[in-house]
Design a binder for this molecule. Structure first.
Ligand code: GTP
Ligand code: MG
Length: 257
């Protein structure tokens, strides 16, 4: 990670009393950043995990991750898009504010595309007052009052994604299908990832019935079912692969379907 990235994160963590780390519910382990978590802890700030996009998976699937997160901070399972679980998060924040007996400042951090902005919007939808920056407060940033005790820093801290692994980029939606060089290879890994969590999810996402359990067989079966064929009636794995990646990224293939 670059120095400037760390400098800006130190700033965020210093300004906040409580830091929300947003994770993607479909793969909370992969969207955690332990360096940030350690920084929060080292500064004696409170850590809250928001497992977002819960509409795309269920608690059963994230059970193992949640058990570990529970030891590090509060965990709230929610969907910013469907506005589910927002009240619970408000409650967690309010109770920290009350315990602290002072106004607390809350920062939202996380990898690209995990839903930081959606979360801030969902949290502030009923908050009307934008608090003008106080002296000493970083210029350009604003505080939004959530309640008597809680102020939210309105710009999220984006953790840069240095990982070069195309699969991870595809998985978290940081790289779209048309920009992926090896759509077939990535799609195969994605099929494996999804099959291990919900064998029916791909068929349901495409509106077809699939019977194969090996990734390559499954992708071929899907290509045939969707009539993605090249010459000699061979399955077009690149074309179906791209379609699969796009559907996954659009949330049309759900682990809880
Ligand atoms: N299904 C689902 N999609 C969500 C949810 N929250 C956010 N999204 C979608 O995820 C995508 C990214 O959401 P953003 O809120 O822009 O994510 P972000 O973390 O601010 O992204 P960056 O600003 O790029 O770092 C958008 O297409 C959202 O509609 C959710 O709870 N469920
Ligand atoms: Mg954003």
């Amino acid at each position: 990670m670059t120095k400037s990235f760390w400098a800006s994160f130190h700033e965020v963590v210093e300004e906040a009393d409580l830091v929300i780390e947003v994770l993607d519910a479909r793969f909370p382990e992969l969207t955690r950043n332990t360096s940030i978590e350690n920084l929060v802890k080292a500064n004696n700030k409170v850590l809250v995990f928001v497992i977002n996009k819960s509409d795309l998976t269920n608690l059963e699937i994230v059970k193992t991750a949640k058990r570990e997160l529970d030891t590090l901070g509060s965990v709230v399972f929610l969907s910013a898009q469907k506005r589910k679980g927002i009240a619970r998060l408000h409650k967690v924040l309010r109770s920290f504010g009350e315990q602290a007996k002072k106004e607390i400042r809350v920062a939202v951090v996380g990898y690209p595309n995990v839903g930081k902005s959606s979360l801030i919007n969902a949290l502030t939808v009923r908050a009307s007052a934008r608090v003008s920056p106080k002296s000493g407060y970083t210029r350009g940033k604003q505080l939004i009052r959530l309640n008597d005790h809680v102020l939210l820093i309105d710009s999220p801290g984006i953790i840069p994604f240095y990982e070069k692994d195309e699969f991870l980029l595809a998985l978290i939606g940081a790289k779209s299908a048309e920009n992926i060089s090896d759509a077939e290879g990535i799609a195969l890994k994605l099929v494996q990832f999804i099959l291990a969590r919900n064998p029916k999810a791909i068929g349901k996402g495409f509106g077809v019935t699939l019977t194969k359990t090996e990734p390559i067989d499954c992708l071929e079966e899907l290509a045939r079912a969707k009539k993605k064929l090249i010459k000699h009636n061979e399955p077009d794995l690149d074309a179906i692969g791209k379609q699969l990646i796009t559907k996954w990224q659009n949330g049309e293939i759900r682990l809880n379907s």
